[in-house]
Ligand binder design. Structure first.
Ligand SMILES: [Zn+2]
Length: 555
């Protein structure tokens, strides 16, 4: 079977009618033909194919080898896939790539499995850093080192005595520092806790333990020099887009973007360094100037596009501040927090809604989701828009009523894809009953809601194969099962990670499935996830990733 793109469809998706006179379709020949593949298209009309013909970054035709190979003229490059599995490129619908990229550029990645490993990584960076300058780390997770205790000030002093050391926890709410860093921040054993923060002490000696939480980290932020240039932001995007491409991701959403991030994506793209398409949300703080400049959701091109306005309703799941209707396990008076009031959400939401923006609101707990839905329902009632595609960022803890309202509104949830697998140990604070209502892909899909794959990197891992395993098995890396009622099939998880992500950014006609006329964004895998034991999905190697017909990663 073969679908060759019809002339009008193909040209209709190109940049305007000028393409018609310059490149008549009679001369449209593929530059590249991938053949002998096991292609899962995520297109219900033609779910399987063997070969894909690509021209100028788009899919020209796909079908059997016999049907597609004959299109290849002498100049076309042919690649024999040797039976390898091909899927559409994955779409990460909520993460923080530009911001993470800058962190990777300046900081040591402390996602390591022992204190000794962290010490040696910090020591190595210090050796390349002039004495007295800060050595920074991030992604440290005290629950993931083999030592069974958190980092202490002595560990960091022993590793790096002559530089101030500052390491952020993966969750982003606590920091771990050495003696020189505390000295530079003006903190002694006697310094009182600032409002809304905590400086930890060794209970036996009363001396600083090395850890500071919440607003206490501001004391360090004041003295760590902020020397991030426009070039650094571009370099950060270059670096992170390379990391994403390596795992099979071809599009990502910057979920809390700023004008600086938007510029960084444009700079990287112009320099030919952007390997992953970006849908760049804009934080509500900047919405007035954006609207004044005539900018709204959708402005941009296939590579860099303005996304939704971002609002924040409640707190976090991993750090247990999401707003719940029933208290956290073992903390009878703790229901989590609301970050913005309903009236504030409505005021900003109305501005954006009237100006034609999509809105994405961070809403984790059932109370947070309820509040956000009430705001969206009111906006639609007062000023109905045909297809606003309201987004519920994370949308973690649901019930039947919330699901029905999400469906009625046509809203899009972006639940954490890898939390069950990667952060399972943090889920016990919710209890098994509630886990069956969290990251609730089964409930969303059964209701006909187009939920997405979303890593929230850096807090969550972005590897798509890990997302598949997490969503299909609901099992963490130690073998514990969390909320088994929400299991979905591998095929469903692939749809969630591809076409649903495209829909969430109004780009379902551009990408998210392999169809003639769409961009040639795909991933070549070492094994077929549909034939794999679900407990080993995460080990499937990515052999190559392609975006717009060019390899963005080759193993
Ligand atoms: Zn986020």
């Amino acid at each position: 079977m073969k679908t060759e793109v019809r002339r009008r469809d193909f040209l209709g998706t190109m940049a305007g009618t000028a393409a018609f006179s310059v490149f008549p379709l009679e001369e449209e020949k593929p530059e590249l033909v991938l053949h002998n593949g096991n292609v899962w298209t995520v297109n219900a009309r033609e779910p399987r194919a063997q070969a894909v013909a690509i021209s100028r970054g788009r899919i020209l035709a796909l079908g059997s080898d016999a049907d597609v190979l004959h299109l290849a003229t002498a100049t076309a490059k042919k690649i024999d896939l040797g039976g390898a599995t091909v899927l559409p490129g994955f779409i990460d619908a909520h993460s923080h790539p530009a911001q993470a990229g800058v962190m990777h550029l300046r900081m040591v990645d402390c996602d390591l499995r022992s204190i000794a490993a962290i010490q040696s990584a910090m020591r190595e960076r210090a050796a390349k850093t002039p004495a007295g300058e800060w050595v920074l780390g991030f992604k440290y997770d005290d629950t993931k080192t083999s030592d069974g205790r958190p980092l202490k000030i002595e560990d960091l002093d022993a590793a790096v005595p002559d530089h101030p050391v500052h390491i952020q926890h993966r969750g982003g709410h606590t920091v771990y520092c050495n003696s020189l860093a505390f000295q530079k921040a003006g903190i002694t054993d006697k310094t009182p806790d600032p409002a809304g923060g905590k400086i930890d002490h060794d209970p036996a000696t009363g001396k600083l333990s090395g850890r500071a939480a919440e607003s206490a980290s501001e004391l360090f932020n004041k003295v760590i020099p902020d020397r991030i240039t426009r070039d650094d932001h571009r370099e950060g995007v270059k670096l992170i887009s390379k990391m994403l491409a390596k795992t099979g991701i071809t599009s990502a959403t910057e979920a809390q973007g700023t004008p600086t991030d938007l510029l960084a994506y444009q700079d990287a793209h112009e320099a030919g360094e952007l390997l992953c398409r970006a849908y760049c949300f804009i934080n509500y703080h900047y919405i007035d100037s954006m609207i004044a400049a005539g900018v709204r959701t959708g402005l941009g091109d296939d590579w860099v596009r303005v996304g939704a306005m971002k609002l924040v309703c409640d707190g976090s799941i991993s750090e247990r501040t999401a707003r719940l209707s029933t208290p956290y396990e073992g903390r009878p008076n703790d229901y989590g927090i609301l970050v913005m009031t309903e009236e504030e959400l409505y005021t900003y939401g109305k501005k954006a809604h009237l100006a034609g923006w999509q809105i994405g609101t961070h809403s984790n707990g059932d109370v947070g989701i309820d509040t956000t839905l009430r705001v969206y329902e009111r906006l639609q009632k007062e000023n109905p828009r045909r297809d606003p595609r309201f987004r519920l960022e994370h949308c973690t803890m649901i019930n039947d009523d919330l699901v029905a309202r999400i469906k009625a509104l046509g809203a899009i949830p972006t639940p954490f894809s890898t939390y069950v697998y990667y952060h399972g140990e943090k889920m016990r604070f919710y209890g098994q009953e509630r886990l069956n209502h969290m990251f609730a892909l089964r409930s969303f899909l059964d209701a006909g809601i187009r939920a997405t794959q979303a890593s929230d990197y850096p807090p969550g891992e972005f590897i798509p194969m890990m997302a598949l395993q997490s969503e299909v098995t609901r099992t963490d890396m130690k073998g514990n099962v969390w909320g088994p009622k929400q299991k979905i099939t591998v095929e469903e998880a692939i749809r969630v990670g591809t076409i649903n992500g495209a829909y969430a950014s109004f780009e379902e006609n551009l990408k998210g499935s392999l169809e003639a006329g769409k961009v040639a964004d795909l991933v070549v895998l070492g094994r077929d996830p549909l034939k794999e034991d679900p407990s080993t999905l995460v080990t499937i190697p990515v052999e190559r990733t392609m975006a717009s017909g060019k390899w963005t990663f080759e193993a």
